[in-house]
Design a binder for this molecule. Structure first.
Ligand SMILES: NCc1[nH]cc(CCC(=O)O)c1CC(=O)O
Length: 298
């Protein structure tokens, strides 16, 4: 019996159950093992204020190394670019919509949000890009799992929330979506919407199984944007977004965007290149941001 580890939040569990189904359908029996991570426990501070990388992933990586689980399912965007030694990404799975969405009352959209509207988000990236596009909005912090954030939005009388479309779709909350943000402007977190299956490097049987389930296109796009993040030093504590699409079967196009928290200085790098080497495209985008002074902004 293959042991599949996941965080215990409703979204994480729904994601892991989808992966379990994928593996079961491939003929391998598995069971789910649920974990609470530091990021699930600390709810009174923004993620960047807690500081360390791997807030949602360390407990799962420890369990992989200890052999308690054989595979860990993560939201790729929560997984640091540097994994613990002896661990690797075995597959990129089940890509969902990579965009961010505005959650708001039915009569509102991004275009009709009034001046002074109150929007909940604790993400530095969302804060920076919101401020750059709409300096007239008021941004308030909101932490916790998706249920908690939606309850806060309703109980506090805020006008809206920014969330990942992927999570909203996976929980079947489509009717709360007021607008989809354009990914080339409101650039998503690198790897948003994609699931990562993390395994031990020496686990060859599962490596082979996962290779057959890997989503090739999601993998190429994810490798480019994560190489860019790595070039800038990794982690999720910076106002940074990166997005990639295949132009055709040979060419990958990506955009990386960095801002300051006030959204006053925004740097953009666009790079296009051969899909055979997605990391090169990502590093090039990262390098261009650094040449524009990105490291001074961060
Ligand atoms: N940071 C928390 C987190 N990690 C993954 C998702 C959603 C699923 C995904 O982006 O793949 C979310 C919620 C959100 O950002 O709204």
């Amino acid at each position: 019996m293959l042991k599949v580890g996941s965080r215990a939040s409703t979204l994480a569990t729904a994601q892991a159950e989808q992966v379990v189904r994928l593996i079961t359908d491939a003929g391998v029996a598995c069971e789910l093992v649920l974990f609470e991570t530091k990021g699930d426990k600390i709810l009174d501070r923004a993620l960047d204020a807690i500081g360390d990388k791997g807030l949602f992933t360390t407990e799962l990586e420890n369990a992989l190394i200890a052999g308690t689980i054989d595979l860990a399912v993560h939201s790729l965007k929560d997984l640091p670019t540097t994994l613990m030694e002896d661990l690797t990404i075995g597959a990129y799975l089940l890509p969902e919509d990579p965009r961010d969405v505005l959650i708001a009352a039915p009569h509102l959209t991004w275009e009709t949000l009034p001046s002074g509207a109150v929007i909940g988000t604790s993400s530095l990236r969302r804060k920076a890009f919101l401020s750059a596009m709409r300096p007239d909005l008021e941004i308030v912090p909101v932490r916790g799992n998706l249920q908690t954030r939606v309850e806060k939005w309703k109980s506090q009388g805020w006008d809206g929330l920014i969330l990942a479309a992927a999570g909203v779709h996976r929980l079947h909350w489509q009717d709360m979506i007021a607008s989809y943000m354009d990914p080339w402007t409101f650039v998503p977190s690198p790897g948003q919407g994609v699931l990562a299956a993390e395994i031990r490097r020496d686990n060859e049987p599962i490596q082979q199984l996962l290779a057959s389930l890997n989503d090739e296109q999601a993998a190429l796009r994810a490798r480019a944007v994560r190489a860019c993040l790595a070039q800038l030093g990794g982690g999720c504590q910076i106002p940074f977004g990166a997005y990639a699409e295949l132009v055709d079967s040979h060419v990958l196009r990506m955009r990386a965007k960095v801002g300051d928290l006030q959204g006053e200085h925004i740097l953009v790098a666009d790079v296009q290149g051969n899909v055979a080497d997605p990391e090169r495209i990502g590093r090039e985008a990262g390098q261009r941001l650094i040449e524009q002074g990105a490291l001074k902004l961060l």
